[in-house]
Design a protein around this ligand. Structure first.
Ligand SMILES: C=C(O[C@@H]1C=C(C(=O)O)C=C[C@H]1O)C(=O)O
Length: 198
């Protein structure tokens, strides 16, 4: 079912700066790349590798960098997920979650915008660390613990309101027993319009 992402804490979209284009637009999610491809064949272009890469996305981005990789936190804190996100995670619609929005930057440039919804149940015990990641990539936490398992990857088509905003996205739920968190990764054109990935 198509859904809308929230724009929690984002700068106004009529601000014609690069910062304003680095926001997450409303996105429709599809269960497969093929299903999204019927709507937008771009998913079969140079972005395809990034929409499907398995394992740590951070690792994949790091191997594409020639100089450096870093994470820039945009917003982090307790807030309400969108209704669709809450439904997807099977949490009560009004319950707050820890919401983390970051830019994943390669060679000094933003390549990916990421939005992660971390329900309260994930923040207990060792999960307390999830509130204190700062500029350390979430992937390092998730992939250092083999108990966290990723569910199927969905493909997202974004409704851009400005050039330079992400057009294509991917997301998946990570589960550890009864705990589940939702990671969305929105690809900026700078990532896949450069030299072809692997
Ligand atoms: C989930 C991963 O973590 C990456 C790091 C993120 C963060 O630090 O917030 C968010 C999305 C990811 O692409 C990964 O590396 O696969």
């Amino acid at each position: 079912m198509p859904s809308r992402d929230s724009d929690i804490g984002q700068p106004p979209t009529n601000d014609h700066t690069r910062a304003a284009t680095l926001t997450i637009p409303a996105t429709e999610w599809y269960r497969s790349l093929a299903a999204a491809g019927l709507r937008n064949p771009q998913v079969h272009g140079p972005a395809r590798y990034w929409l499907q890469v398995e394992g740590s996305f951070t690792r994949a981005l790091q191997s594409q960098c020639s100089r450096s990789f870093h994470v820039e936190v945009q917003h982090e804190g307790f807030a309400r997920p969108t209704r669709e996100e809450a439904r997807h995670l099977a949490i009560p619609a009004r319950q707050v979650a820890w919401i983390r929005e970051v830019r994943l930057c390669g060679d000094g440039q933003p390549w990916v915008l990421a939005r992660t919804i971390i329900p309260l149940a994930c923040l207990e015990g060792r999960g307390r660390r999830l509130r204190h990641l700062g500029n350390r990539p979430l992937g390092a936490y998730l992939f250092s613990n083999p108990d966290w398992l990723r569910g199927p990857l969905e493909t997202g088509l974004c409704h851009r309101t400005q050039p330079g905003q992400p057009e294509l996205a991917r997301r998946s739920v990570f589960r550890f027993g009864p705990r589940a968190l939702l990671v969305g990764e929105y690809l900026l054109p700078e990532l896949y319009r450069q030299a072809p990935a692997l």
